[in-house]
Design a protein around this ligand. Structure first.
Ligand SMILES: Nc1ncnc2c1ncn2[C@@H]1O[C@H](COP(=O)(O)OP(=O)(O)O)[C@@H](O)[C@H]1O
Ligand SMILES: [Mg+2]
Length: 357
């Protein structure tokens, strides 16, 4: 079919008009000033990305999306960017909003950075992606189960220690000092708390106490694994569980934040590093990830890397997350963004670039 076209590979590296879209909804109640997960930090990050993209010679228009979806679409259509840099992140409306926004952008016919709507939606449903990974033969934590009502706890056979979290959140939301449970009673209480306060099922699985790694991945058809980063919990007081909780990720004033650090590159024997990298790549491919991602992996008692989650479109800020791994690999932040743009222009092999009328 002659009318079907993919985004043109020749455009790679040339100056582009980039529309940088992000979630500008500030209607989420008061933000604690020490909470780095707020919208002010998101804006700050988006501006840092715009500066980096401009340094590469691209023209960048920042397009906030809050409530006016029609206005947002009109604006995008008028701008007619060559590529949409998708930074729409949503912890307020629930798991499906990121997927919906990504689908709208693609239906309008614009190439878009990062993962497809399908992969974004799938990976926000932690239980679905875990089931998929398991089905594909990729190790995940044992005893993984979705618990939708309190009465299901009775039938759950997993052996403690267990970790319990909301099944449709990300960014550490719902993970705190009470997330690790050692008894049926504690499990029941935690599940009840999650059902009540997050209005979604709880994900329960074996709590792995081994080393934890973040594996950055960049590319399109050809993916590369970035230097491994390891989460270091050794400075954490023993009464606080060694997990990347909400506090450890975002609350600067918390003990969790102050006593948890990330080492990059991690000191890992070459064999293990290869095994971790391969597991992460397989997981990213399995969920249909594209462009860039971060796979969280933890070792089990036997030293086998198991996938905790695949993050499609992870936080993208200089010095943090996959950008930190990139710098270790000798890639500066603007180059990382260029690789992400290249993957967007390359396009997913099965995704035709046809605007919907
Ligand atoms: N099964 C598990 N065993 C050990 N630690 C876990 C497990 N699941 C989650 N964690 C801890 O909780 C953190 C957050 O979990 P994750 O599944 O990555 O969700 P998110 O980062 O989306 O909140 C992980 O970085 C890890 O420290
Ligand atoms: Mg994670």
């Amino acid at each position: 079919m002659a009318t079907l076209r993919r985004t043109h590979p020749k455009r790679r590296g040339k100056p582009l008009h980039v529309a940088l879209i992000y979630n500008a909804d500030t209607d989420v109640g008061p933000e604690a000033p020490q909470d780095r997960g707020g919208t002010a930090d998101l804006r700050h990050m988006v501006h840092a990305q715009a500066r980096a993209l401009r340094r590469l010679g691209h023209k960048v228009t920042i397009v906030p999306l809050a409530r006016g979806l029609s206005a947002f679409q009109r604006r995008l259509r008028r701008l007619a960017p060559q590529v949409v840099f998708n930074q729409y992140d949503d912890v307020q409306h629930g798991a499906l909003y990121e997927m919906r926004v990504a689908a709208i952008v693609r239906m309008m016919g614009f190439p878009m950075t990062g993962s497809s709507a399908l992969a974004l939606g799938l990976t926000r449903y932690k239980h679905m992606s875990a089931s998929l990974l398991q089905g594909a033969g990729i190790p995940i934590p044992p005893f993984t189960k979705l618990i939708e009502k309190i009465s299901d706890v009775k039938r759950y056979r997993g052996k403690p220690p267990l970790i319990v979290q909301p099944s449709q959140e990300h960014a550490g939301v719902g993970l705190d000092r009470t997330s690790i449970v050692d008894s049926k009673k504690a499990l029941r209480q935690k599940v009840a708390a999650i059902l009540a306060s997050y209005n979604q099922p709880a994900l329960v699985q074996r709590f792995l106490t081994g080393r934890e790694f973040n594996v950055g991945i960049v590319g399109g058809r050809r993916l590369r694994v970035l230097p491994l980063a390891e989460v270091d919990y050794t400075e954490l007081p023993s009464n606080i569980p060694p997990i990347m909780s909400y506090a450890a990720k975002w609350i600067e004033t918390s003990v969790e934040y102050q006593r948890t650090s990330v080492q990059c590159p991690a000191t890992v024997p070459a064999d293990l590093a290869r095994q971790i990298g391969t597991t992460a790549l397989r997981a990213f491919r399995a969920v249909g990830g594209w462009g860039y991602g971060r796979v969280d992996v933890r070792l089990d008692d036997a030293g086998v890397p198991r996938v905790l989650e695949v993050n499609c479109n992870p936080w993208l800020e200089p010095w943090v997350g996959i950008a930190r791994s990139d710098r270790t690999a000798g890639i500066e932040f603007p180059q990382l963004l260029q690789l992400i743009l290249n993957a967007a222009l390359e396009g997913h092999p099965y995704d035709m670039n046809v605007p919907m009328a």
